[in-house]
Design a protein around this ligand. Structure first.
Ligand SMILES: *Cc1c(COP(=O)(O)O)cnc(C)c1O
Length: 387
């Protein structure tokens, strides 16, 4: 008797997802398709396929035009969907293009232009929501007030956990319950699917800035949304209409990045945890923020590791630490193989109104460290001299 086929472990899927047909194709790595247009002689048949693409489906056959579909990008999409345990995923030119498409897809054609969101979120997301640029209006609430803030026209609830840059954690099952029928979008950029899979805790949409850990080497910009096939169709329609597509070369690099995602994230997470402990024991540091560092945490078992970000408040001027590092690069962004440090109040969260910033815990003394794969003692030596 044959054993039922067991689903492969996460690490195995990270290496093989999106590549099932390569052997059949007679190649070992994913081909890169750079075509902007494709032969399409049967006009009547193509007209029908045009309609299908516009409605967000992915009909077999010629992609017709690169803004409608790209086979290399589709590999990255199917791989990420597999890692997030989602039916589908849709890739975009950047994390903010992905967020834009989510806001448009959730509000178009149904008058559901109201969004409920919990601070802190990424500075760009905060700005996009607050600006009302896409015809949405936002109510900012604490995590325990989500249910009360939902209105008949609420189309989306948006949260980040751990939140950037304070690493505040939310209990996703609790928030998902509070959302009722309204889709819960979780920005999972910081945790990655290695440490946390929000769909398993009741969320309906997962967003990534693929620019960060998914890419992993600081050399590619992209965004991706994992969700149901129904929501994915809405996203693809928006993507075709607005043009925020991921370039096939970026799709190739992101697929390649997924193969090493588990080992990169786990190792960076171990480094970050060790640095968080050393910072916490240091008298030049006033406070350390790191998931799981202090025993009392919501959503226990939601994350299987603390992640690669550590934030901390200094006793003296935080900006001097950024000036003093040598090995560590003073720079925004996160999730790369190398360690970066930045001052959120001046950079990533500068666009957030200063009162709102202070209210959600982003003080002028706060620094955010994105920990890479260097030797932890070398990283500590650099931080120690900078402090
Ligand atoms: C960087 C980032 C974004 C925006 O992504 P881009 O790729 O820069 O557009 C969104 N959310 C989080 C948590 C981020 O770190």
């Amino acid at each position: 008797m044959t054993q039922p086929h067991s689903p492969a472990s996460f690490a195995t899927r990270a290496v093989h997802a999106g590549r099932d047909d390569l052997t059949e194709l007679g190649v070992h790595v994913a081909p890169i398709d750079l075509s902007t247009t494709y032969p399409a002689a049967d006009s009547a048949a193509e007209a029908m396929r045009m309609d299908e693409f516009a409605a967000g489906a992915q009909p077999a056959g010629s992609p017709i035009y690169a803004r409608l579909h790209n086979p290399t990008v589709a590999r990255f999409e199917s791989a990420l969907a597999e890692l997030e345990n989602a039916e589908a995923s849709v890739a975009f030119a950047s994390g903010m293009a992905a967020m834009t498409a989510c806001l448009l897809a959730a509000s178009q054609g149904n008058q559901k232009t109201h969004v409920v969101a919990v601070r802190p979120v990424y500075g760009g997301t905060d700005l996009l929501l607050n600006s009302g640029l896409l015809g949405t209006n936002v109510t900012w609430v604490d995590a325990d007030k989500v249910a009360a803030a939902i209105q008949p026209d609420t189309g989306l609830v948006i949260v980040e956990t751990p939140a950037n840059p304070t690493l505040t954690e939310l209990d996703l099952a609790q928030v998902a319950h509070a959302c009722g029928d309204v889709p819960l979008l979780v920005d999972n950029t910081v945790a990655t699917p290695v440490l946390q899979r929000p769909l398993e805790h009741g969320a309906s949409i997962v967003l990534h800035s693929a620019t960060k850990s998914l890419g992993g080497y600081g050399d590619v910009v992209g965004g991706i949304v994992a969700c149901s096939e129904t929501f994915a169709r809405g996203l693809r329609s928006v993507r075709i209409a607005t043009g925020g597509i991921l370039h096939p070369l970026a799709g190739y690099m992101l697929l390649r990045g997924l193969a090493t995602l588990p080992i990169r994230v786990r190792h960076a997470s171990e480094n970050a945890h060790e640095l968080a402990l050393r910072l916490q024991a240091d008298e030049r540091v006033a406070h350390v923020y790191y998931p799981g560092l202090n025993a009392d945490r919501p959503g226990t078992n939601q994350m299987s590791g603390g992640g690669s970000l550590v934030s901390f408040e200094t006793v003296d001027d935080a900006k001097d630490v950024v000036l003093g590092v040598n090995l560590i690069t003073p720079a925004v962004s996160l999730g790369s193989v190398d360690t970066l440090i930045q001052h959120p109040a001046s950079l990533t969260h500068h666009v957030v109104n200063s009162d709102d910033r202070a209210a959600c815990g982003i003080s002028d003394k706060l620094l955010r460290l994105s920990v890479g794969l260097e030797d932890v003692d070398d990283l500590w030596a650099d931080l120690d001299q900078a402090l």
